[in-house]
Design a protein around this ligand. Structure first.
Ligand code: GLN
Length: 479
């Protein structure tokens, strides 16, 4: 057996060309063999082979998946990649996981990521960085780096991540995968450990567009356990996949910021140009557009996300669950301080401090409220663009996968999210798609953004591009 795509595996199982047991044993063995090199999984599901014996009928029957360790899994340790939750075994299941199981999927294990999903390299994980299968000296991206590393290394054919400011799309771009962040409200957040609730959304990491559509179909649709869900009927993305995109209107952002500087690696610019050429040859109409408030989007994102994080992470006090320090304390304040001081890593603490400051009286209007106003303007800017365009094309990230241990300043690190945070701020669907390689053969993707609940258009344009690029089959040499 070889590692394959979700569509191939599900079909082979349906047609009885291979048994679920064979598939499950193959992936378990592969994952256990390669995980020490990649550090993609934090925990394996020790019931995996047992689950394979009783997988229910469904479109994903027998398909092994990786799940970011930010989704609660009943009976399987869920750490949020933090010392704070190192030994937390949830008594309940995230809706995403429950639906995947109902569709017949098997949970192979829990994937590594930046602690509480805060980061862009995976280096903020309490369990160490996940490596990029295309170059083991580089990161698989972040925060959903373990999910991307696992799929790119062929340890599982698909995985779930979460995307608050790019955490699915950027690792996909680093690892030659399709990463889809659906519209806000498309996928239930129930049981997904919260980072910044108004921005968080579950997303998929797969090798193909078709696989992404298959996974989304299994998890989308209303859920009474998440009151922020859109009341939209269950979509049929897979059934409606169609690469005929003639006469679609595609918006394209100039690679320059307002100061006229081009901040992108040459291969990133080439990837966008290559994509434009394909779209033109397919009969699409290209319209140059200006990126709405690009210069302010990162500041708005980091003010809003840290503010929400400071509130969401207040629950980890070490009393009911989570890390409790063994040092003695003389009062309650000191007790909380020890638990939180030792339980959280430095990036998480830094963000809680920034967020608490932004929300504090006297500063709230100057910071959080201003950021919320900028966010509304960004949304309005995109609404206007989508009156004229079906989808928008742009880079995913300024460059390819970053070397491990680069030790950039936090501000420089945050700059890497410049192309991805807009979709979260505006609640829009966006995806990252393999397109190109650098001279050193590192993967480079392109990003498509669509109007709210316009996932089908995004998927169809991505499918057309995937057909013409014809690069998705390529896998890293050693895997
Ligand atoms: N890199 C961004 C951050 O650190 C995005 C992370 C995410 O999408 N979870 O906040």
């Amino acid at each position: 057996m070889k590692s394959g795509t979700i569509a191939q595996i599900a079909k082979n199982i349906r047609e009885k060309k291979v048994s679920i047991k064979e598939v499950a044993s193959f992936y378990l063995e592969r994952a256990k063999q390669h995980n020490p090199r990649l550090n993609a999984f934090i925990t394996f599901n020790d019931q995996f082979l047992k689950d394979a014996e009783k997988a229910p009928e469904g479109p994903l029957k027998g398909v092994p998946l990786g799940i970011k360790d930010l989704f609660c899994t009943r009976g399987i340790r869920t750490t949020a990649a933090s010392r704070m939750l190192e030994n937390f075994v949830p008594p309940y299941e995230a809706t995403v996981v429950e639906r995947l199981k109902k569709a017949g999927a098997l949970i192979l294990g829990k994937c590594n990521h930046d602690e509480f999903a805060m980061g862009s390299t995976g280096e903020n994980s309490f369990f160490g960085v996940s490596k990029n299968p295309w170059d083991l000296m580089r990161t698989a991206g972040g925060s959903s780096g373990g999910s991307a590393s696992a799929v790119a290394g062929g340890l599982c054919p698909g995985a779930f991540g979460t995307d608050t400011g790019g955490s699915v799309r950027q690792p996909a771009h680093f690892c030659h995968l399709v990463g889809i962040k659906p519209s806000y409200g498309r996928v239930s957040r129930y049981g997904m450990i919260a980072y910044a609730s108004s921005l968080d959304q579950a997303g998929t990491l797969t090798r193909t567009v078709e696989d992404g559509a298959l996974l989304l179909d299994a998890v989308c649709g209303p859920d009474s356990k998440d009151s922020t869900m859109a009341q939209r009927a269950q979509p049929f993305f897979h059934k409606n996949l169609n690469s005929r995109i003639k006469s679609m209107k595609i918006g394209c952002f100039s690679p320059e910021n307002s100061k006229g500087e081009n901040m992108f690696h040459p291969a990133v610019t080439e990837a966008v140009q290559k994509t434009l050429a394909v779209l033109k040859s397919r009969g699409c109409q290209i319209k140059e557009k200006t990126w709405p408030l690009l210069d302010h989007s990162l500041s708005a994102y980091y003010l809003i996300s840290t503010s929400e994080a400071s509130s969401n992470l207040a629950r980890y006090d070490g009393v009911r669950y989570g890390f409790q320090s063994s040092d003695s304390s003389s009062d309650l304040q000191e007790f909380y301080g020890l638990n939180r001081g030792q339980g959280f890593g430095s990036e998480v603490k830094q963000r809680i401090l920034i967020g608490t400051f932004c929300l504090s009286s006297g500063y709230y209007e100057a910071y959080y409220q201003k950021a919320a106003e900028v966010r509304a303007l960004i949304k309005k800017g995109f609404d206007d663009i989508f009156k004229e365009c079906d989808v928008v094309l742009c880079p995913v990230s300024p460059g390819p996968a970053l070397p491990i241990n680069q030790k950039e300043s936090p501000l420089k690190n945050y700059l890497n999210d410049i192309c991805t945070v807009s979709a979260n701020l505006a609640g829009l669907p966006a995806l990252s798609l393999p397109a190109h390689f650098t001279e050193d053969h590192l993967p480079v993707g392109v990003q498509l953004m669509g109007p709210a609940f316009g996932e089908q258009k995004l998927l169809n344009v991505a499918l057309a591009l995937e057909e013409d690029f014809n690069v998705w089959r390529e896998t890293p040499d050693d895997f």
